[in-house]
Design a protein around this ligand. Sequence first.
Ligand code: SAH
Length: 400
Amino acid sequence: MNIIVLKPHKEESLLRFHPWVFSGAISKIILSPSYPRDAPQEGEIVQVADYDGKVLAVGHWQVGSIAVRILAFGVETLPVTFWHDRITAAWQLRQSLGLVRDDNNTFRLIHGEGDFLPGLIVDIYGDTAVMQAHSVGMHIQRGEIAQAIKECVPIVERVYYKSDDTLPFKAPITGEKTGYLVGQPSSEAHWAKENGLEFRIDWLNGQKTGFFVDQRENRSLLEHYSRGRDVLNMFCYTGGFSVYALRGNAKSVTSVDVSAKAIELVKDNVAHNFPQAVNHTAVAADAFDFLNAEDKRYDLIVLDPPAFAKHRDAIPNALRGYRRLNAKGIEKIKPGGILFTFSCSQAIDKEMFRLAVFTAASQVGRKVQILHQLHQPADHPINIYHPEGEYLKGLVLSVE
Ligand code: SAH
């Protein structure tokens, strides 16, 4: 194995189990004597050593500012049972969280660094696992990972690989970025269960792995606030919040998303869960166009936009976006109404987001109370040594 040797003192973050080695921390690379090239190849497994040559960890080599993503600390090679061990631990955690039930088979199995597998995401929809690699290393090992998922998670019959949007843009990739790694495509529409509701999951054409698994608990909370209310679900995607609001006996639900394909799925999901007529309207429109065009006010509004800041440089613009959107949302709430507002931008922390919402509230000049502070659920765990894994935050506000 090739050895990445760190500069003096640059081993400190590794000794605190942070799973990334930055390129600036590297002093030199010792290639193994039989290595046929003059530099490690992106995606291969390397050892990381301190300046004195003591091997501290092994991980996937990457080209870029994060040079190594650590897979295991305190070893010189990965044990042969590595993938099985990590996937079994993740599966046992999800079972202990009570997420595997007759009425719930939708959850995240692997949340990257949060499950000590940097660069790997796996969501489960009943008998189907949808897997995404965010690093070339995970891409290279996709076959054995998929096999281990099938062997360790008894409910899984097929593993679909979907990494066309997630692999590093410039990396030299060989092999397919999408396709079934285990099992066959299903000829029927696939319905997955979340808290007793059913959602059609289109992993081939849908966004991310096909569904936003991270909002499960926040949707449940919304259900409890929905009775008798006129609900507006902005950025609804496939209508998760809408379907929960309808089960919670909302007076009416309006779902808005710019994607016409998503709106078709919202309609399917509502019709499937509520075959009787329900007061639901689905609109394919840009959020600001919709909010600017309408005078109507609502008792409950959900704002769950896509990440406005994909990296740190975008933070100032993103904060402007959150302020503008939340000011619009707060304006549209009837007196005594509720706003569920979210940010899934990793680069915006909860204090920044709260300040943006505070600024929006003060611009509109309404009396606002924070009722709940929301976050990602336990199947999206945060590795305590990797605080960067915290990304979803939300506020539930009462607006007078
Ligand atoms: N709340 C959803 C997830 C939202 S993801 C759920 O629970 O499943 C963000 C959504 O915002 C995506 O579906 C995307 O199509 C939509 N979107 C992106 N830009 C938009 C815009 N300008 N106006 C309206 N919707 C937009």
